[in-house]
Design a protein around this ligand. Sequence first.
Ligand SMILES: Nc1nc2c(ncn2[C@@H]2O[C@H](COP(=O)(O)OP(=O)(O)OP(=O)(O)O)[C@@H](O)[C@H]2O)c(=O)[nH]1
Ligand SMILES: [Mg+2]
Length: 380
Amino acid sequence: MVFVTAVLRSAKGSAKKRKFYDSLRLLVKAGPGGHGLPKYGGIGGDGGDILVEGKAEAKLKEVEKLHPSKRISAEPGENSLKNRIRGAKGSNVKIEIPLGVTLYDEEGRNLGEINTEGDQIIVAKGGQGGSATTGYSGLQGQKFVLTLDLKLIADVGLVGFPNAGKSTLLSVLSKAKPKIASYPFTTIQPNIGTLMYPDLRQISMADLPGLIEGAHANIGMGHRFLKHVERTKLLLLVVDVGGFQLGAKYQKRSCLETLVLLNKELELYKEELLDKPAILVINKMDLPDTRSTFEEVRTAARHLEECFTAVPENMRPTRGLKFMRIFGMSARSQLPEEVETLKNAVREVLDEAAVGEGEEDIEFFKKITREYKRGNPVLI
Ligand SMILES: Nc1nc2c(ncn2[C@@H]2O[C@H](COP(=O)(O)OP(=O)(O)OP(=O)(O)O)[C@@H](O)[C@H]2O)c(=O)[nH]1
Ligand SMILES: [Mg+2]
């Protein structure tokens, strides 16, 4: 018994150490305005604001360390004085936060996103200084619970059921050393690896915890991690050619069923995810008798919508993912030819997608030039 407790404690401790900070709540309180001086018509200084600024190397964990009470207050504005009729503004507080953070107020309203170094958003505005219009009392600053929600930014996101070989694949495509094991939910926090190319091009790839049926409704590791997929430009779906079974009590899903179910989970979470370019890897091809399943899944994946009948009606997606490339491979075998082919395909598909984006820009500029020539300048 002692032994079990000790093991549990140490497991708990290590999980704590490895905690991945992707969300932080802070009570922000902007400074109140200083009081005015009625006798002289003096105006109090405005209270200090609280603002956030994007910094590539910032970490939410560090923000928490700097503000362990999770309360951040800005200074009040100075009162109007006889010898200083206009009170000085209270100092602002700037919180440096990582890129890829969305800000929410306590009602869940989106206050904006920080995606680029130096981006700034005033989250809580200081109170106005007291003047004739306020009866010379300084007004209170804004005060609320701010949520900082971090979504990873990676070029490619690995998506798949647990145990499909996502982490193994990341470890063979990059130098990352994620934990790999033969049980589901080995990955409990996202890992990012970098794919390096001979011409020094680098592509980042995020290995995410496995998804299971109901992930959109937060079953399994679920929703919490699906949000990271939103920020990637390319989805790399990994399915186990042998299918998936969570445990003896659960229904076994064939390889094709897992693919359709992943499609469904992505769709239920956010339909736009289905518009992202995608690559499919049918993994574990080293296992015996996998050829016919591979052929079946490859053919089906080319027109996925036609195969939705493979799953019960309530699990069917309405729209299918479009795979730009489909591969069968064995991540564990690390065959250089397979690894190189996939690595190059990732790059090609990202580049093809980027060309698409460029074309949209060209269309946009053509449109504003046309409007401009017609004498209708367009505000951008
Ligand atoms: N036979 C075979 N086994 C593989 C292959 N790729 C991965 N595995 C094994 O499958 C198991 C799961 O691999 P992981 O890379 O941890 O799978 P994962 O998708 O990251 O799993 P989660 O983190 O739980 O979502 C490990 O035992 C791997 O060694 C493969 O190509 N062939
Ligand atoms: Mg993993």
